[in-house]
Write a protein that binds this ligand. Sequence first.
Ligand SMILES: Cc1cc2nc3c(=O)[nH]c(=O)nc-3n(C[C@H](O)[C@H](O)[C@H](O)COP(=O)(O)OP(=O)(O)OC[C@H]3O[C@@H](n4cnc5c(N)ncnc54)[C@H](O)[C@@H]3O)c2cc1C
Ligand SMILES: NC(=O)c1ccc[n+]([C@@H]2O[C@H](COP(=O)([O-])OP(=O)(O)OC[C@H]3O[C@@H](n4cnc5c(N)ncnc54)[C@H](O)[C@@H]3O)[C@@H](O)[C@H]2O)c1
Length: 498
Amino acid sequence: MREAATTGTSRTYDVIVIGAGPVGENVADRTRVAGLSTVIVESELIGGECSYWACEPSKALLRPVLARADARRVPGLRAAAAGPLDIPAVLAHRDEMTFHRDDTKQAEWLRGVAVDLLRGHGRLEGPRCVSVTTPEGDTTVLTARHAVVLCTGTTAAVPDGLGLESTRHWTSREATSADHVPGRLAVVGGGVVAVEMATAWQGLGAEVTMLVRDGGLLHRMEPFAGELVTESLRETGVDIRFDVTVTAVKRKDGDDGEVTITLDDGSHLVADEILFATGRSPRTTDVGLDSIGLTPGDWLAVDDSCRVTAVSGGWLYAVGDVNRRALLTHQGKYQARIAGAAIGSRANGEPAQADRWGRHAATADGTAVPQVVFTDPEVASVGLTTHEAAQSERRIDVVDYDLARVSGAHQYARSYRGRARMLVDADQGTVVGVTLVGPGVGEVLHAATIAVVGEVPLDRLWHAVPAFPTISEVWLRLLETYRDRTRTDQDLADITTG
Ligand SMILES: Cc1cc2nc3c(=O)[nH]c(=O)nc-3n(C[C@H](O)[C@H](O)[C@H](O)COP(=O)(O)OP(=O)(O)OC[C@H]3O[C@@H](n4cnc5c(N)ncnc54)[C@H](O)[C@@H]3O)c2cc1C
Ligand SMILES: NC(=O)c1ccc[n+]([C@@H]2O[C@H](COP(=O)([O-])OP(=O)(O)OC[C@H]3O[C@@H](n4cnc5c(N)ncnc54)[C@H](O)[C@@H]3O)[C@@H](O)[C@H]2O)c1
């Protein structure tokens, strides 16, 4: 492969990546490993949303809250963990985890893997052509020999019609970077950001009210997940109001005053801050989609190798959040490894292995996306939910187990509350979905992911023995429950007679 070529303010590379979030970084690494000269364009910070305003800071805020909740359930620790959290220490830890929003180390990493970095805003100017406007206002034109990869991620979506353009409010960025605990925080939304941020800020001392338009929290997951999280948030003092819509938001005395929120039932709520955790929009409004016949602001549909399906010539890829397949860092990085390898093979004239579970197909996006929601209790899921299974053609058996009956859970916490569900494809005899809700279940999830991705027959899973006494023993209990339930009349006759 050829190295980068420079003429004046024009440069040619094999691959141009726009957006140096976790996904763009991984695409660039993989195309470089495949021997392709690669440039990455970043308009803000290398590391993207995840490193500075999403995964990392949110988990740094949540960790002390969840650790304290866990400690309070361990006999002998309750009194020691009764006190308030050391807020300056928590916020300082959060700032360390986000490197004080300094991306020097990430830039060094890019240099180390021989990826060129161009800071500025990238825009398509037609097939394989990208212009980059630097912060100083200069423009560089880049041409790609093989591929342009859009990894521009998403921004917070807020409702129209509330005048939010001129009313100070929080989105996920402010909720993860605030430097003080608000007295009263209203959280609009009932999805993942809403429940995590309500957990964090209530735990840090705010009085949180959740305003949820729909009838439950975490509505894309198994209903018992949202129910258990609701119960627990309410116990910690969060006021959760379902089936309400915000109709007006007004701040007193300009930017600094309290905010009055009007709801569609005519009631009002006064808070110090209001967080809109109401989903995401793709960052495609200003990336030159119109120059290639696409609509600015749209999500970018891709095939399993992450090639944009609406563009001919096979040169444009969209990887990570921006393709809407799974808005999760780990899944975007998985796509990045696959797309990077596919670009490498295609550039070398080799056919892509894009069949199901092939090297160049992000097959797991459709069957086995793991997710952990860091609430108390945690929610961990992979594969199908019961609702999704009902839409499929498959014959599915649903197996439930009360996690409180697992020995490891008893050891983990007194009065452990949790629940597990396993979905079995009755014809294949394999696990196609697992949801676990309970303290500490996040670390148990990967076994489920392996079972689903590996399509491990239940007959073989019996030989995967969970250590005693761990929460993983839930696997044995789920298998036993399924076995006992699916015994045939003949089996039962054999048992009673012999
Ligand atoms: C509060 C919150 C918590 C989350 N927690 C988790 C979690 O615990 N686990 C998890 O898996 N996921 C989590 N997510 C989701 C996760 O943040 C995203 O899935 C992930 O950041 C997507 O990575 P990405 O690289 O596709 O996009 P991003 O991280 O958004 O990065 C895109 C990059 O592209 C740059 N860019 C955009 N347009 C241009 C342009 N025109 N020119 C140059 N550069 C451009 C941006 O500046 C940015 O750096 C969370 C999200 C939120 C909001
Ligand atoms: N731990 C994790 O893995 C983690 C943590 C945070 C975020 N994320 C990812 O980030 C993505 C975005 O999360 P999110 O919570 O912003 O989105 P979401 O789609 O999960 O939830 C959005 C919520 O806002 C509600 N809503 C939408 N429009 C509304 C309106 N106009 N008024 C009132 N309510 C409205 C929806 O009903 C829903 O409850 C998720 O897809 C998730 O995968 C992951």
